[in-house]
Ligand binder design. Structure first.
Ligand SMILES: Nc1ncnc2c1ncn2[C@@H]1O[C@H](COP(=O)(O)OP(=O)(O)OP(=O)(O)O)[C@@H](O)[C@H]1O
Ligand SMILES: [Mg+2]
Length: 449
């Protein structure tokens, strides 16, 4: 239950506040001395403290109140504290608000104002706790994953990325082809690296072929090798193909969508039987190679257009790892930015906001470039939004006017995505926080669900 601790030597104050908060289903604890208050904080889960500034009838200096405030701050740095103060000490109270007290009220206080303040603080405390809990859980899961697998120092914090990495680790040991899909610069090669590093053939060779970087006439020779003079322009020395080099290990076929039809047919055969011939040779060779492929192309669309073999597609994508665009895993943005800064500069709040708002069509590669440029441009090691020079922000996810009220499923979905942070969920639904609360109440949805 939401709990407020009142620390005041005057029993009338405690009783009045208990009544006032009790009407709002807020539990009130009281302590009549600073020492008892601190002891209670050590034992009980308190969300907000309301404290007096003077504790002995003959003192009016406010010194005890200041000392109490400092002691609470030291032991509970994030606990919101509301100061109750006599008119004579408003200045002291204002000073304390500057050093981190949540708010102050002069005695006699205005009930409505005090309740509104406490309610706000409780809501904020709840949101902060939720976020901290989710972060903590996610960190623990990440650590567990890193303890179990070799993550190749990939940087991530978003749950969506974590799912892809976890799946990559789980399928790494199986001897099945893996297809990694995702847009440009999303980090597909990093995922391929993780699959190889956790595979049973991790000690074997790891060979990469970028099918997009070679002219189509050369790809076949590159993959399967060629005898001397096998094709026009071929060297007069036999050449070993990448499949032979990768025997006993892993072959990473990047940009697989660019493999021409003849290469596709040959690749299908190696995947099925491990067999192939070098160009210009009739001798069949057999290899054992784990194939990982990657593409940013829409292979199903290419199949419909007759540009990619359907049978090869099903062979390659026994396991498909879909890496979402960076904008869809926004919790990765700031950790990646920090990583690319290499401790050489820091981001101010405006820069963090700009990074989070940008759409990142070039994904992680674009982020890396933006950070490297800003590192050079920034003054005194602090990067501002201007140093980043990012184009227009992503349009916030607002509900268009006149659209139907969000239903239960939409609200639950928004709450889950916002990890229970009401204001964020409300924002994504295009509602005010109050309107969302009313709606939740009507639907019988619990705030802390
Ligand atoms: N999670 C990550 N942690 C650290 N660095 C990353 C991460 N993701 C991507 N990068 C870096 O971003 C750049 C782009 O990543 P990568 O080359 O893996 O993308 P890609 O999906 O293969 O792109 P393309 O489709 O253009 O080939 C690389 O420099 C890579 O090291
Ligand atoms: Mg790549």
């Amino acid at each position: 239950m939401r709990t407020v601790l009142v620390i005041d030597d005057n029993p009338a104050v405690s009783t009045a506040l208990e009544l006032l908060f009790g009407l709002r289903e807020i539990r009130t604890l009281h302590a009549d001395t600073p020492a008892r208050g601190l002891a209670m904080l050590a034992d009980e889960a308190v969300d907000v403290v309301v404290q007096d500034m003077n504790f002995a009838a003959d003192t009016t200096s406010g010194e005890e109140g200041i000392a109490l405030f400092r002691a609470i701050r030291a032991a509970h740095p994030d606990l919101p504290i509301v100061l109750l103060t006599a008119w004579a000490h408003l200045e002291t109270a204002i000073e304390l608000v500057k050093s981190g007290a949540a708010d102050y009220m002069s005695k006699p206080w205005d009930d409505n104002k005090l309740v509104a303040t406490v309610e706000n603080l409780l809501e904020l405390a709840q949101a902060t706790r939720e976020v901290a809990r989710f972060r903590g859980e996610r960190r623990r899961r990440r650590e567990a994953l890193a303890a179990k697998y070799d993550l190749r120092s990939i940087v991530f914090a978003d749950a969506a990325t974590e799912r892809v990495i976890e799946l990559a680790c789980q399928v790494a040991r199986a001897d099945v082809p893996v297809l990694i899909t995702g847009p440009n610069g999303a980090g597909k090669e990093r995922i391929a690296d993780i699959v190889q590093a956790n595979s049973q053939v991790k000690a074997g060779p790891f060979v990469t072929v970028n099918c997009g970087a070679l002219p189509s006439e050369l790809i076949e020779a590159e993959l399967f090798g060629a005898e001397a003079g096998a094709y026009t322009g071929a060297a007069n020395k036999a050449r070993e193909g990448r499949f032979e080099v990768a025997d006993g290990g892993t072959l990473f076929l990047d940009e697989i969508g660019n493999l021409p039809p003849a290469g596709q047919a040959k690749l299908l055969r190696v995947l099925e039987s491990g067999q192939f011939e070098r160009l210009g040779s009739s001798r069949t060779r057999t290899v054992k190679v784990r194939v990982i492929s990657a593409t940013n192309a829409d292979l199903p669309a290419m199949i419909r257009e007759g540009r990619f073999r359907e049978d090869l597609y099903y062979r390659l994508n026994v396991i498909e790892l879909r890496l979402p665009p960076l904008a869809e895993r926004s919790d990765d943005i700031l950790p990646l930015a920090q990583h690319f800064l290499e401790g050489e500069a820091r981001l101010d709040d405006g820069a963090c906001g700009a990074l989070l708002a940008h759409a990142w069509p070039g994904n992680v590669r674009e982020l890396k470039n933006a950070i490297q440029r800003a590192r050079l441009l920034c003054a005194h090691g602090v990067i501002s939004a201007r140093d980043l020079g990012l184009a227009a922000a992503r349009v916030p996810n607002q509900r268009p006017r006149g659209e139907a009220e969000p239903d239960r499923a939409m609200i639950e979905d928004a709450l889950t995505r916002a990890r229970g942070v009401i204001s964020q969920a409300a924002n994504s639904l295009g509602l005010s926080r109050q309107a969302l609360y009313r709606r939740m109440e009507k639907l019988g949805l619990k705030v802390d669900a």
